[in-house]
Design a protein around this ligand. Structure first.
Ligand code: FAD
Length: 746
C-alpha cells in the first residue's frame, strides 16, 4: 500500500460543553483528506504539545463560558500565557489561527478566544488566518463552516511560507558557514512531516433515496454502500450527495408520497416539518459532513443490581442538602410558576456562600425518558447490566478517549440516568452518524438534509431553535436504530444546572435559598404539551409534596424532606461593592431578582451591625407580568424600602394597566425594566458616570439583558451628549472596571 508523508499541524481545543472539542475532532478527522496530519490535544494536556518549540502551524478552537471565562480545560493554559514574566518574543516562532466560540446573548462575547489571541500577539506569534468569531446566539455554523472551509488552504499556505523562510535561512547559513552545512541547532523543516499514514480512501456514502417508502433493514454499523453519484471532491472534506430524481417535489420521512387524490385533483402538499422537506432542499445535491468514525467499544455484562450507586456520578464531591422549605411564589394562574426552595446546608461547611454566588444542582434524566431510550435501544432487559466501555481498536478518530464519566462499574440504567444528557439537541455529527442506522430511505434522506450544508436553515428551524431532544428525534424517525455505542459517543455529559443564591448567610445562617421558574416547552407535532425543563421539572416533582402556597403555614406539611445534591459556584465579580458607601443599581426582573435578595439581606444586616457606617444608595429595577400574579418577594422588597435598606424600588408590570397605551394614549406606563431605567436616566447615569457606582443585571440573556444594554447606551448618549460609538466605549470601560456586571442566562 502506498505510503504518504503528510505535513503536520497542531490542533488545540478548550471546551466547556464539548462544542469546541467536537469541532476540533471534526477538523482532525478530515485533515488527512486535505493531505495534512492534525495533532489534536486539549489545551490543558500540555504534556502532549509544546508551543515553546513548535514550528508547525497551530490552530486553536476555544469556547467561552460563564461571564467571559475560559472553559475549565483551558484555564491553566490561559493562566500560563498571561504570565507577566514572558518576554515579548516568547512566541515569535509561532504561527497560529484561532476559532473562537461564544454567544452574543452573554457579556464578553468570545472573551476566552480574544484573550488567547491578544496574548499570542503580545508574545510575538503571527496569525496565518483571520480569526473566526462564531455566535451560538445566531448559529455557530454561520461562521464555523466557511472558516473551516478556508482553513485548509491557509494551513498549506502557512506551511509553504514557513518552509521557504527556513530554506532561505538554511541557504544563508550555508553561504555563511565555512563548511557549507546548516546549523544543527536549527529545527529541520522535515520535522513538519512526522506522520506516515496509509493512503486514505474517501468516505463513501449511501446513494440518494428513492421515492419508495420501502424500509430497508439498517446496515451494520460502520458499513457503507458505494455511492452512485458522487461529485468531485469538495473542499471541506465532506461528501456530496446527489440530488433526488428530477420532478420529485418533496421528501417525507414518514409516508410515501401520492401524486393525487382518488378523484384526480392534485393533493395539497403538506408544509415542511422536521420530517419533511420541500423543494429546493428536497431536490438539492447535499454536502454532508464527514461520517464521524466510531471509537467506543461497548459491552454489557450481567451483574447483581445490589450495591448499585445512587445519585450523581461525582456524589462524594457534592453536598446532599435537605429541603427545609419550599414555597410557590406565583399564583396558580400565572404563566410561569416560580418556586422558592430553602436548603439546610448547616452540615456542609463547604457551602459557605456570598451574595452573588450561584450553585450547581445535579438532577437525573426523567425515568420515563430513560425507559424509552432503553426500549428504543432494545436493551430494556439489560438495564442492570454493567457497562464496559473501552476504545475501539484501530479507531480512526484522532485523540479518541473514553469519557471520564463512563466509569466501568456502573449499570446501563445508571449511565442513562445520571451521566448522559439524553435530552441534548442533536448536533449535525450525530445526525450524520444516525443516517447509517436508519432503515427507511425517506428518513435517511431527511437526516442527510438536516446535517447538510444546504439544509442549515431547516436544521436551525426544526432542531436547534426548538430545542429538539435526541429522544424526540428518534421518536420522529422510527426506523432509526442506533447502537448504544453511538449514543455514548455523541451524547454529552449530563450537566448540573446553576441557580443564584437568593439569601445571605448573615440573615439565614446554615440555610441556602434559591428561586426558579419551571421551564415549559410549547407543544408541537412531535412534542406533547406539558414537557418541562429537565432540572426545573425534576425539582418541581421533588418538592411538590412539601410545597407551601403563599401564606400557608409550615406546620401543615410534614413529609420527610427530599435532598438535593449541590455544589457551590463562587462568582468573584458579581458581588455587592466592597466599599459600603458606593451606590449601586440592581436590574433583576422575574427570577433575576434572586441574587439581589441576597445583596439586600446582607446590606440590611450590615446596617444593623454598624449603625454609624455610611451606606451608599441602592436602587432595584424589578419587572413581572402582573402585580398580583408574579411580583416575587413583594413583601420582603417593600420591607427593605421601609427599613431604608433599599433606597428606590422601581417596579413595572408588562401585562397590567396598559389599556390607555393600547388606546393610543401618549403617556404610556413603563412595561419593562429598561423603560423604568430610561425614566430614571439622570440619577442612574449620575451614579454610574459621576459617583463611581455599580450596576448589576441578572436574568434573561436573550432579550432583557440586550434591552437593558441598549437603554444604557441611549442614556449615556443623552447624558454625555456623545455618539453611539462613544457610548459603547463608556459602557465597555464600565465593564472593564467591573462596575457594569451581568449574571445572565437563557
Ligand atoms: P432544560 O431542560 O435545560 O431546558 C432549558 C433549555 O431549553 C434552554 O437551553 C432553553 O434555551 C431551551 N428552551 C426553553 N424553552 C424553550 C422553548 N420554548 N423552545 C425551545 N427551547 C427552549 N434559573 C432560575 O430559574 N433561577 C436562577 O436563579 C438561575 N440562576 C442561574 C445562574 C447562572 C449562573 C446560570 C448560568 C443559570 C441560571 N439559571 C437560573 C438557569 C438555570 O440554570 C437553568 O438553565 C434553568 O432552570 C432551566 O433548566 P432546566 O434543566 O429545567 O431546562
Amino acid at each position: 500500500m502506498p505510503c504518504e508523508v503528510k505535513p503536520r499541524f497542531v490542533l488545540l481545543y478548550g471546551s466547556q460543553k464539548g462544542q469546541a472539542e467536537s469541532l476540533a475532532e471534526g477538523i482532525a478527522e478530515v485533515a488527512e483528506e486535505h493531505g495534512l496530519a492534525a495533532e489534536l490535544s486539549c489545551l490543558n494536556h500540555n504534556e502532549k504539545y509544546n508551543l515553546e518549540t513548535e514550528n508547525a502551524p497551530v490552530v486553536f478552537i476555544v469556547s467561552t463560558t460563564g461571564d467571559g471565562e475560559p472553559p475549565d480545560n483551558a484555564l491553566q493554559f490561559v493562566k500560563r500565557i498571561k504570565e507577566k514574566t514572558l518576554s515579548p518574543d516568547h512566541y515569535k516562532h509561532l504561527c497560529y489561527a484561532l476559532l473562537a466560540l461564544g454567544d452574543t446573548n452573554y457579556a464578553n462575547f468570545c472573551n476566552c478566544g480574544k484573550t488567547i489571541e491578544r496574548r499570542l500577539q503580545e508574545l510575538g506569534a503571527k496569525q496565518f488566518y483571520a480569526t473566526g468569531y462564531a455566535d451560538d446566539g445566531t448559529g455557530l455554523e454561520v461562521v464555523v463552516e466557511p472558516w473551516i472551509e478556508g482553513l485548509w488552504k491557509a494551513i498549506k499556505g502557512a506551511l509553504s511560507k514557513m518552509a521557504s523562510n527556513k530554506a532561505a535561512f538554511v541557504k544563508g547559513l550555508a553561504a555563511d558557514s565555512p563548511r557549507g552545512a546548516p546549523d544543527s541547532t536549527m529545527p529541520d523543516v522535515q520535522l513538519n512531516l512526522l506522520r506516515i499514514t496509509d493512503q486514505q480512501s474517501r468516505e463513501s456514502i449511501k446513494a440518494p433515496v428513492s421515492k419508495s417508502a420501502a424500509a430497508a433493514s439498517p446496515p451494520a454499523p460502520g458499513t457503507h454502500a458505494a455511492v452512485s453519484d458522487l461529485r468531485p471532491a469538495v473542499p471541506t472534506g465532506s461528501s456530496v450527495l446527489a440530488s433526488r430524481s428530477p420532478g420529485a417535489s418533496a421528501v417525507s420521512a414518514s409516508a410515501p408520497e401520492t401524486p393525487g387524490t382518488d378523484d384526480g385533483r392534485p393533493r395539497v402538499s403538506p408544509p415542511a416539518s422536521l420530517t419533511r422537506s420541500l423543494p429546493p432542499l428536497s431536490e438539492s445535491s447535499l454536502n454532508l459532513p464527514a461520517l464521524p468514525p466510531p471509537y467506543l467499544d461497548v459491552s454489557l455484562q450481567e451483574a447483581d443490581p445490589a450495591g448499585e450507586a445512587v445519585g450523581p456520578s461525582n456524589v462524594e464531591a457534592l453536598s446532599a442538602a435537605p429541603v427545609c422549605r419550599a414555597v410557590q411564589l406565583t399564583t396558580g394562574d400565572s404563566v410561569k410558576t416560580a418556586l422558592l426552595v430553602e436548603l439546610d446546608v448547616s452540615a456542609h461547611p463547604m457551602v459557605t456562600y456570598h451574595p452573588g454566588d450561584s450553585f450547581d444542582v445535579f438532577c437525573p434524566n426523567r425515568a420515563a425518558e430513560v425507559e424509552e431510550a432503553l426500549h428504543r435501544l432494545g436493551l430494556s432487559d439489560q438495564r442492570n447490566h454493567r457497562v464496559h466501555v473501552s476504545l475501539l481498536k484501530d479507531t480512526k478518530k484522532k485523540g479518541a478517549q473514553v469519557p471520564s464519566y463512563m466509569s466501568q462499574n456502573i449499570s446501563l440504567l445508571y449511565l442513562l440516568t445520571w451521566c448522559l444528557e439524553i435530552r441534548s439537541v442533536p448536533k449535525k455529527a450525530l445526525l450524520r452518524a444516525l443516517v447509517e442506522h436508519t432503515g427507511h430511505s425517506g428518513q435517511r434522506r431527511r437526516l442527510q438534509e438536516l446535517c447538510s450544508r444546504q439544509g442549515s436553515a431547516d436544521y436551525n428551524l426544526y432542531v436547534r431553535d426548538c430545542g429538539l431532544s435526541v429522544p424526540e428525534l428518534l421518536a420522529a424517525f422510527p426506523t432509526c436504530s442506533p447502537p448504544l455505542s453511538l449514543l455514548l459517543e455523541h451524547l454529552p455529559k449530563l450537566q448540573p444546572r446553576p441557580y443564584s443564591a437568593a439569601s445571605s448567610c448573615l440573615r439565614h445562617p446554615g440555610k441556602l435559598r434559591f428561586v426558579f421558574s419551571v421551564v415549559e416547552f410549547p407543544a408541537c407535532s412531535w412534542r406533547p404539551a406539558g414537557r418541562r425543563g429537565l432540572c426545573t421539572g425534576w425539582l418541581f416533582d421533588l418538592i411538590n409534596p412539601v410545597l407551601l402556597s403563599p401564606g400557608e403555614d409550615e406546620s401543615s406539611v410534614s413529609p420527610a424532606p427530599p435532598k438535593i445534591h449541590v455544589s457551590l459556584r463562587p462568582n468573584r465579580s458579581f458581588r455587592p461593592p466592597s466599599e459600603p458607601s458606593a451606590p449601586f443599581i440592581m436590574v433583576g426582573p422575574g427570577t433575576g431578582v434572586a441574587p439581589f435578595i441576597g445583596f439586600l439581606q446582607q446590606r440590611e444586616q450590615q446596617r444593623k451591625d454598624d449603625a454609624e457606617a455610611v451606606f451608599g444608595e441602592t436602587w432595584l429595577f424589578f419587572g413581572c407580568r402582573h402585580r398580583d400574579g408574579d411580583f416575587l418577594f413583594r413583601e420582603e422588597l417593600e420591607g427593605f424600602v421601609s427599613s431604608g435598606t433599599l433606597s428606590q424600588l422601581k417596579v413595572c408590570f408588562s401585562r397590567d394597566d396598559h389599556e390607555e397605551e393600547e388606546a393610543g394614549a401618549s403617556s404610556a406606563r413603563p412595561r419593562y425594566v429598561q423603560h423604568n431605567l430610561l425614566l430614571a436616566s439622570r440619577p442612574v447615569t449620575d451614579i454610574l458616570l459621576r459617583r463611581g457606582g455599580y450596576l448589576y443585571v441578572c436574568g434573561d440573556a436573550k432579550n432583557m439583558a440586550k434591552d437593558v444594554n441598549n437603554a444604557l447606551m441611549e442614556m449615556i448618549q443623552t447624558e454625555l451628549q456623545v455618539d453611539q460609538l462613544e457610548a459603547m466605549k463608556t459602557l465597555a470601560a464600565l465593564r472593564e472596571e467591573k462596575r457594569y456586571l451581568q449574571d445572565i442566562w437563557g
